[in-house]
Design a protein around this ligand. Structure first.
Ligand SMILES: *Cc1c(COP(=O)(O)O)cnc(C)c1O
Length: 233
């Protein structure tokens, strides 16, 4: 496990990478926010990051996340769910998270909408855009995405903020950028169709520069901040 000092230095370095990429690719200063991905990391690591004014945290595994949310409930943390969603587990996701990046069906969106407690503000939603180039059959078509976006945007108690994607790793920066470009184009298509989207959740530890070059507004960074993850318990 990385020491507290390592986490602090890693956060500073990650912020520098983001700032440098904003400059290099003519993005407005401060237009890219940092989501610290704390899956398979202990609550103590999150507390260290909080001391560095890092407030947004992403989690993938529901039970593990709920344990940390409970342990850290006094802290001013904004929790993002970025993992696979089982439709019978939407209740706690709708209740304990502020954001969900991984919505890919109307069924799940409807459940989150119904289960979001009315006392809370709208749940922020990103649609996961499937951009696997190898097997285009499993990818989302633009037409399907447009229909889904329109249906999701019409639901109460949730707010459609944008798209998220997890592209496969490629050999070169230019290839990585080309895939991110596809996602950015899809986002623009939805904006042109009238959706007021402001979030493009793109980029991880290894490819945040390519993502920022293509318009990412939120990079999801795990290992570059917290070091290698513990394996599944
Ligand atoms: C694990 C994960 C990340 C962080 O990946 P790193 O390579 O550790 O930065 C980002 N997004 C999603 C959806 C993840 O599952």
């Amino acid at each position: 496990m990385p020491t507290n000092i390592a986490i602090k230095e890693n956060i500073a370095q990650t912020r520098e990478r983001i700032t440098a990429a904003e400059k290099k690719f003519n993005r407005a200063a401060g237009s890219v926010s940092l989501l610290a991905v704390s899956k398979r990391q202990p609550a103590s690591a999150i507390l260290t990051a909080l001391e560095q004014q890092q407030f947004h945290f992403g989690e993938n595994y529901l039970q593990e996340a709920l344990d940390k949310i409970d342990a850290l409930q006094e802290q001013p943390i904004i929790w993002h769910y970025i993992g696979a969603i089982q439709s019978n587990k939407t209740g706690p996701i709708a209740t304990y998270f502020d954001w969900v990046h991984s919505v890919s069906s109307l069924k799940v969106a409807k459940r989150l909408s119904t289960q979001r407690p009315k006392t809370l503000s709208d749940l922020n939603i990103c649609l996961q855009f499937n951009v696997s180039e190898e097997d285009s059959k499993s990818g989302t078509t633009l037409e399907e995405l447009c229909t889904l976006a329109a249906d999701v945007a019409a639901l109460p108690h949730i707010k459609l903020r944008g798209l998220m994607a997890i592209p496969q790793k490629t050999e070169t920066f230019e290839q990585q950028r080309a895939i991110f470009h596809t996602v950015q184009q899809a986002q623009q298509h939805l904006i042109d169709a009238g959706h007021p989207l402001d979030t493009l959740s793109l980029g991880m530890s290894a490819d945040l520069e390519a993502a920022i070059a293509e318009g990412s507004t939120m990079v999801r960074i795990g290992t570059a901040i917290f070091g290698p993850r513990k394996t599944a318990p």
